[in-house]
Design a protein around this ligand. Structure first.
Ligand SMILES: Nc1ncnc2c1ncn2[C@@H]1O[C@H](COP(=O)(O)OP(=O)(O)OP(=O)(O)O)[C@@H](O)[C@H]1O
Ligand SMILES: [Mg+2]
Length: 379
């Protein structure tokens, strides 16, 4: 059924999204993590069970007691190629149940992906998985396609980064890009620091996944942090209980809004990055006056971090305070924005069919990645 259907693959720092072109959102999402167990070669044959594995991937890596070392192969860019190859094998064979010999593969890249990274992706896809065709494209452009626009400012806040990318009529305005290292991961780390001060057991690195889940469930962005603090001092009714790893009950108080506050005030946890509202202002200021209005009409939120409750409203408030001239702006927070890079990849696959953007295996074997049509297309 899915023989020769293009597959779209987005391995982010936090999660891998994968699915076929015919799907509207990724059919499968799993944690981009690999857990290596003890070295099996050191065990006696009789100690080995039939289901022993050298490594587990995704949620199983996080839950298996046999895992000795957790490795996250992506930090904005791929940083461990051996592990990512295993993870992609798992994505194709174990999750999608396909051998990608017949499936063209579209890979979503970070904006900062280099030619070296692209060559390595092509090498793995063509030489290890023997895919017939490959297409690469960078996340912010794909997010714009997903929003159905050709002009706009992409505000992508994902696990590893928050990046603001203005794009005019399909062309990225490179000199106006701004970014900060505050993403979902920094918020989780800050939450872990605060909760760890209350419950020492939570300080351990291995519980960061549990903290991430708590963040998604109970954290939100307040409209006014000072006022919110007073509310929490007055009443306990907004506190949230949760189960600690020991089985005891823990309580989330102010941490609920204080952790995400980091986006708007990075100094809270000693980061020198600019707050997200300043990133947007700086970016817009670097764009030509004549196109600012058009750009500001399309501030497009995407990335998992923008799912935080209250995020849009607070950003709206901060930008209103910042923009002196009443230029006006519109923040767009579409449904499924956490999957926008993947959805844009799917849209690009459709377009690529008509325009032949794919790099074929034959061409790759002859000339390498240099002849890839998508490279010149996205210059
Ligand atoms: N409902 C939610 N509320 C708050 N945060 C969320 C929610 N869902 C996801 N996140 C956070 O969003 C981040 C993941 O976003 P995303 O999937 O866009 O990143 P990624 O693609 O894995 O990483 P990157 O693109 O930075 O390499 C994580 O830090 C996660 O905790
Ligand atoms: Mg991503």
């Amino acid at each position: 059924m899915h023989l020769d259907q293009p597959i779209i693959l987005d391995s982010g720092s936090s999660s891998t999204k994968v699915g076929f072109k015919s799907d509207s959102i990724p059919v499968d999402v799993f944690q981009t993590v690999i857990g290596y167990t003890e070295d099996l070669s050191s065990l006696r044959h009789s100690d080995l069970l039939i289901y022993d594995l050298e490594y587990y991937i995704g949620e199983r890596a996080l839950s298996s007691k046999r895992v000795k070392k957790l490795l996250y192969p992506v930090w904005n860019l791929v940083i461990d190629w051996e592990s990512i190859e295993k993870l992609w094998h798992y994505a194709f064979f174990d999750r999608l149940h396909v051998n990608p010999n017949y499936n063209p593969i579209m890979v979503v890249e970070s904006f900062y992906s280099t030619r070296g990274q692209q060559e390595k992706i092509a090498e793995i896809m063509f030489e290890v998985f023997c895919v017939p065709q490959l297409l690469l494209s960078k996340s912010p452009l794909l997010c714009l396609y997903a929003a159905g626009k050709t002009t706009g400012v992409i505000v992508e806040s994902s696990a590893s980064i928050t990046i603001v990318v203005p794009i005019y009529k399909g062309t990225i305005i490179r000199h106006a890009i701004t970014y900060s290292s505050i993403g979902g991961y920094s918020i989780t780390k800050y939450l872990q620091k605060m909760l760890g001060n209350k419950y020492a057991q939570l300080k351990r690195q291995k519980f960061s996944h549990l903290i991430d889940e708590l963040k998604k469930k109970h954290c939100y962005v307040s409209l006014n942090a000072e006022r919110e603090k007073k509310v929490f001092m007055k009443t306990k009714k907004f506190n949230k209980e949760f189960i600690l790893p020991s089985g005891d009950i823990g309580i989330m108080e102010e941490e609920r809004f204080r952790a995400p506050e980091l986006l708007f005030d990075p100094l809270l946890n000693g980061h020198n990055d600019e707050p997200i509202q300043n990133l947007i202002l700086e970016s817009i200021k670097k764009c030509d006056l004549t196109i600012r209005k058009e750009l500001l009409d399309n501030l497009i939120l995407c990335g998992g971090n923008t799912l935080l409750h209250g995020f849009r409203e607070r950003l709206d408030k901060e930008l209103n305070l910042l923009f002196e001239e009443k230029l006006g702006f519109k923040i767009k927070s579409f449904e499924n924005r956490e999957f926008f890079p993947w959805i844009g990849g799917r849209i690009l696959c459709e377009y690529a069919e008509k325009t032949d953007l794919w790099l074929s295996r034959k061409k790759y074997l002859e000339t390498g990645i240099d002849s890839a049509p998508f490279l010149s297309y996205f210059l």
